[in-house]
Design a protein around this ligand. Structure first.
Ligand code: ADP
Length: 814
């Protein structure tokens, strides 16, 4: 069924093609021609090309049949009609074949389509024209001398026919093609104008020779009515001009002869102009459609984004506009995008007054340097509500000096609120931390002062005649006091580390010497336990390194004393070396043959107040603070600490520190060599001790009992200042925390008095139980020469006094 209906459809289409060919042929033969067969415009070729292109090559018999009929109808013999018919079929077949193989589009929306159509037509029509001419010559209908001219006319006539008819028929066959919708009046004007012009130029006897004017109408039509309108116009124009010329009118009929070549060029020009304009129009339409589609796509995407996409233009005269903004402009700025296209003021006016200047400055700066614009700012809506926005865009300079930014603005109010909340929480945490640090510092002062006295007094007591039992009790007392002080120091240090208030210094340190001293401090205990304590130093290790001496000693002390503590008998070895890596690092290893650590405890032991297991504290004592503090200190100094251990066999604690080699420090008398014996021939000093606590005054008095120094005691800063002004002293030991007047104020007053009376400055040494960061600096700032941290033991004090005495002796001798 389906096959039959298909066949009948083909037959119907075939008959239609043949009939159209026949009728168009008769029409063509009515136009000026050479002999019976050669005519100026041969539209049937255009019909054939359109049919073969649109419906397929299988319609060639219809073309052939149409051509045959036309030729028979003008009285040609059957062989001649057949011969010409074959050529008239082969030509359009070749043209259609070339077009199908090329990139030609029926839509004529590209200049190339015109080029392909013209090219394929000229090639294909060579076949039909040369075949036709040959057929006519062979039957003697065309004399040999006219072959050339006839060939050109035939070829031109066929080609023009194709160029006139094919685009029109193809356009008509496309159902989607728009035809004069809503342009009826304009089309009528064009038609009347065309008729009038052709009447004047070709049909009347006015001899109006301005033959170039109709091309303007053709152009108008091509621009306004698309392929169909343009093709009909050109066809009508061609037919009217050819007819006029045929009846002996118009500019192409000169001296009693048709100038067919000019007529042909005239028609060909109109045809090509119309096709090119149509293609250009279609091309523009297509790019406009693409731009429109892209704009819609962008808009669709923009609606899904959490912000407004925009273009902002800032002109050289200071005017600003927002030529494009996505729909989110309505929610973010509560403004219609259209209202901002020419003038951005409504949006700029919404910027919070406090941020307005900043935003405008940043825009101007971005325009000046063409750097990306990024800004956080607030907007305030007419109802008083405020939001935080963030804008990010990239500028480009335009031809007229304006700057155009492309970017987005998004609402960051929620993020800002979280940030503000976090900042509040941080401030609260800092305040709490400061309170904790302050509390610890105050507590440490309060605890250290009595500890100072306990340890100091037991020192003094041990030098009196005691029996063994008493000595044993006293040692216990002193050890307990020292341990308690150590614990206080550790807690204080830890709180300083946590409050980021522990300053790390970089001073020239002789690591070998420092380590030796730490080992010496622990060696007595090690010997008692029967543990050997050995130091091994890499001979290539540089002598002086930039380090924080105090913290380095603290780390070593913790690790070595742990090694000794957790080794019943055996050895502890300290290795100092350096790694070969880049940058070089100082490597310290404290290894022991002690109890070792179970693998599951290896990481826990670095946590605050954590020991490897509960039994440890019972057997060995300790608080579990040492290692966590040590690790924090090592890290603050830029290094790392780790442990390797075999349970029951021993442990290796290793830490590294940056190795910065330096030169030895210049010798300083005030901080001179402590290794000297304190008692060797000290320079007698007149000392004023300014100290509020009676116990402390008593302690220092006892320390200095058997020395040549003379001590004067006063109980607060104000008394101290008075005594300094009354009697001569060599040295003032100035406590810092005191009632009535503290040590800092007293020192300030003494220094001012000295300046006023032009006296040589007195040696003032601050004594403080505050070991918080900055204490020494504060003392120095008011004019103290040195600073001793409590608790001060007898040896430290005597050594310091010895140094000050040497200084004075040297000054006196000088
Ligand atoms: P403390 O020594 O006061 O207990 P530390 O923080 O210095 O605190 O040490 C934590 C724990 O790590 C110790 O309790 C012990 O269990 C373990 N530890 C530290 N050093 C050694 C070591 N050299 N040998 C075996 N165990 C150790």
């Amino acid at each position: 069924m389906a096959a039959r209906s298909l066949v009948s459809r083909w037959v119907a289409q075939g008959l239609l093609v043949a009939l159209a060919y026949y009728l168009a042929g008769l029409f063509g033969l009515a136009l000026p021609s050479i002999g019976r067969h050669i005519t100026l415009i041969w539209l049937p070729s255009g019909i054939a090309v359109a049919a073969l292109l649109r419906w397929g090559f299988r319609f060639w018999p219809a073309v052939f049949f149409g051509a045959l009929s036309v030729n028979l109808s003008i009285g040609s013999s059957l062989p001649l009609a057949c011969g010409i018919g074959v050529g008239n079929t082969l030509g359009p077949l070749l043209t259609a074949f070339i077009l199908r193989r090329s990139s030609f589009h029926w839509e004529f929306d590209d200049k190339l389509d015109v080029v392909w159509l013209v090219g394929a037509t000229l090639v294909g029509m060579v076949v039909s024209a040369s075949n036709g001419i040959f057929q006519l010559w062979s039957v003697g209908e065309l004399p040999g001398e006219r072959i050339g001219a006839a060939l050109v006319i035939w070829w031109m006539g066929d080609s023009i026919g194709v160029l006139l008819a094919t685009p029109l028929l193809i356009a008509l066959s496309r159902k989607t093609c728009r035809f004069l919708t809503g342009q009826g009046v304009e089309a009528l004007v064009v038609a009347l104008l065309l008729l009038a012009l052709n009447w004047f130029i070709f049909l009347s006897s006015h001899h109006f020779t301005l033959a170039y004017i109709p091309v303007l109408v053709v152009m108008w039509s091509a621009m306004r009515f698309g392929v169909i309108g343009a093709s009909i116009t050109v066809l009508a124009d061609a037919v009217l001009s050819a007819w006029g010329t045929a009846i002996g009118n118009g500019p192409f009929y000169l001296n009693g002869e048709h100038n067919l070549l000019i007529l042909w060029i005239y028609i060909a020009t109109h045809t090509v102009v119309s096709l090119v304009i149509t293609a250009l129009q279609a091309e523009r339409g297509r790019s406009e459609a693409q731009a429109h589609a892209a704009y819609h796509r962008l808009n669709k995407v923009a609606t899904r984004l959490p912000g407004v996409i925009y273009q902002f233009r800032y002109r050289a005269d200071g005017n600003a506009s927002i030529p494009y903004s996505s729909d989110a402009m309505r929610t973010i700025f509560r403004l219609e995008p259209a209202t901002l296209r020419e003038d951005a003021s409504p949006a700029l006016d919404l910027i919070h007054p406090e941020d307005h200047q900043n935003v405008m400055d940043s825009i101007r700066e971005s325009a000046r340097s063409l750097s990306p614009w990024q800004q956080e700012f607030r907007v305030r809506y007419p109802d008083g509500a405020e939001r935080w926005l963030f804008g990010d865009s990239v500028p480009e300079r335009e031809g007229d000096g304006s700057t155009l930014w492309h970017g987005f603005i998004t609402d960051i109010t929620a993020q800002k609120e979280v940030q503000a909340e976090m900042a509040r929480a941080k401030v609260q945490a800092e305040v709490a931390n400061q309170a904790k640090t302050h509390f610890l510092s105050a507590m440490s002062h309060e605890i250290r002062t009595p500890m100072n006295i306990i340890i100091g007094m037991s020192d003094v007591l041990s030098e009196t005649g005691l029996d063994d039992k008493q000595k044993y009790y006293l040692t216990m007392l002193k050890n307990a006091g020292t341990n308690l002080l150590q614990l206080i120091n550790d807690i204080l240090d830890l709180s300083k580390v946590e409050a980021n208030k522990l300053p790390i210094l970089a001073e020239p340190v002789c690591v070998r010497l420092e380590t030796r001293e730490v080992i010496d401090m622990i060696d007595i205990l090690a010997r008692k336990k029967g543990v050997s304590l050995e130091l091994r130093v890499d001979p290539d290790l540089p002598e002086w390194i930039l380090l924080d001496a105090l913290r380095f000693r603290q780390c070593l002390f913790n690790l070595i004393s742990n090694g000794v503590k957790f080794t019943e008998c055996g050895w502890v070895v300290v290795d100092l070396g350096q790694s070969d890596g880049q940058p070089p690092v100082l490597q310290c290893v404290v290894a022991d043959s002690g109890i070792g650590i179970q693998p599951e405890h290896l990481t826990r032991i670095f946590e605050n107040f954590t020991q490897s297991d509960a039994g440890i504290s019972r057997r060995y004592g300790g608080t579990g603070l040492g290692l966590s503090l040590t690790r924090r200190l090592v890290e603050m100094m830029g290094g790392g600490l780790w442990v390797e251990s075999v349970f029951g066999q021993g442990s290796r604690f290793c830490f590294t520190l940056p190795l910065q080699v330096t030169r030895p420090p210049v010798h300083n008398v005030a901080q001179g060599d402590d290794s000297r014996h304190p008692g060797s021939d000290p320079y007698p000093l007149r000392i004023l001790l300014v100290e509020d606590l009676e116990e402390n005054r008593a302690l220092i008095s006892v320390y200095l009992e058997d020395t040549p120094h003379r001590l004067t005691l006063v109980g607060n800063g104000a008394e101290g200042v008075r005594r300094v002004q009354e009697s001569p002293f060599d040295l003032v030991l100035m406590d810092i925390e005191m009632p009535v007047m503290n040590g800092l104020q007293a020192t300030t007053l003494i220094r001012a008095w000295e300046k006023e009376t032009q006296r040589a400055p007195l040696l003032i040494v601050a004594l403080s139980a505050h070991s918080m960061a900055g204490e020494a600096k504060r003392c120095q700032a008011v004019g103290c020469d040195d600073h001793l941290s409590k608790p001060i033991n007898k040896r430290t004090l005597l050594l310091a006094l010895g140094r000050y005495g040497e200084q004075l002796r040297a000054a006196g001798e000088g």
